[in-house]
Design a protein. Structure first.
Length: 352
């Protein structure tokens, strides 16, 4: 059976509270792991000191690999984090920000792509928030944004977000979240994880439900580990410390192929319970946005995720830090970190 390092062995690469944070960024999350041109590469979303959600790229510090404890975000000449692409136009469907990147390498004559969530509204959550899924394409060494989204929601689930895209046997497969709106303070989740297919990565089939609201899965990661395809599922963290929120953590399923059909995957097995005593404070409200990467022939994988810190409201939190002689942190409705663990277990052990 697959398992991950105990929470006490997990490490935080970036943490909004305890650092380190790259210059120009208040927070980062949504890691997406790949090897690009032979180099371990992480695509991620970040919230800039100019209060913009943008997409960024990071690589291990010199001498490090995919399991490195230190990653460096691509920086400009002034040493500030440099976005992958310029901000969308002011009238763009994603004008309010971009996050949750999902990279797919060039294949079958089509360019490398980064699928992402775009926000059209000033509101991040609640009934007035709105999200769709778009794509960047790499042409001539530069990332270019397509003017229109590749996927929009429809009533009653008008927001789609958290894309995870893989290309396998001539088809693109996208898992994504569909919900009425991003949940705000006091709201309980109503998550529906869906899946769609495409021949060209632009025009997508009518989506089908992969996991319904009863399971509550928010997003996922998919990667080949040994002789099986492994999917890590997350329920979405308790960002606003809402009472009676569903259990948090990570679950694993496996299948012979990255199939869009749920019946082809094994029964979910929980591998991380962030509600247990002793969980580090930086992940105590749960984790989401998992990323998974295994080397060829490996029986385990590097697992990263966005973690949400257990923290009181900002004034009380900073007062306690000041009383302990620590610097205050920027006000935020929640505090994020990017965590790193190790997924291990014999190939095919789950459901073999």
């Amino acid at each position: 059976m697959f398992s991950i390092d105990g929470p006490g062995r997990a490490t935080a690469l970036w943490d909004m509270v305890d650092g380190p944070m790259p210059r120009g960024l208040l927070g980062v999350g949504d890691p997406d792991l790949h090897v690009v041109d032979g180099v371990a590469t992480m695509f991620l979303g970040g919230f800039s000191t100019t209060f913009r959600n943008r997409l960024y790229l990071a690589r291990p510090a010199p001498g490090g690999g995919m399991d490195s404890a230190r990653w460096l975000i691509d920086a400009d000449a002034r040493g500030r984090a440099r976005p992958i692409v310029a901000d969308p136009p002011r009238d763009g469907w994603d004008r309010a920000g971009m996050h949750t990147p999902s990279y797919v390498p060039a294949v079958d004559g089509r360019p490398a792509r980064i699928y992402y969530t775009g926000r059209a509204t000033a509101r991040h959550y609640g009934p007035r928030s709105g999200y769709a899924i778009g794509v960047l394409e790499q042409r001539g060494g530069r990332w270019e944004r397509r003017d229109e989204p590749v996927l929009r929601g429809s009533a009653p689930r008008t927001s789609v977000l958290e894309p995870l895209v893989v290309h396998h046997r001539g088809r693109y497969v996208m898992w994504f979240q569909a919900d009425p709106n991003e949940i705000g303070p006091g709201e309980l989740p109503d998550y529906e994880l869906r899946v769609a297919e495409s021949a060209d990565g632009i025009a997508w089939s009518a989506p089908r439900v992969f996991a319904g609201p009863d399971e509550g899965f928010f997003d996922n990661a998919v990667h080949r580990v040994g002789d099986r395809w492994v999917m890590v599922l997350a329920r979405g963290a308790n960002l606003h410390n809402t009472p009676r929120f569903p259990d948090q953590g990570l679950w694993v399923v496996t299948a012979p192929e990255p199939s869009p059909v749920r019946a082809d995957w094994t029964t979910p097995v929980r591998v991380l319970d962030t509600d247990r005593p002793g969980v580090p404070a930086w992940m105590a409200r749960g984790v989401y946005g998992p990323a998974l990467h295994a080397s060829e022939g490996a029986d385990g994988a590097v697992l990263m995720y966005t973690a949400v810190r257990a923290a009181p409201k900002w004034p009380a939190f900073n007062l306690r830090r000041l009383l302990r002689g620590r610097a205050p942190v920027a006000p935020s409705p929640f505090y994020l970190a990017v965590g790193r663990s190790r997924l291990s277990g014999p190939p095919g052990a789950v459901g073999s």
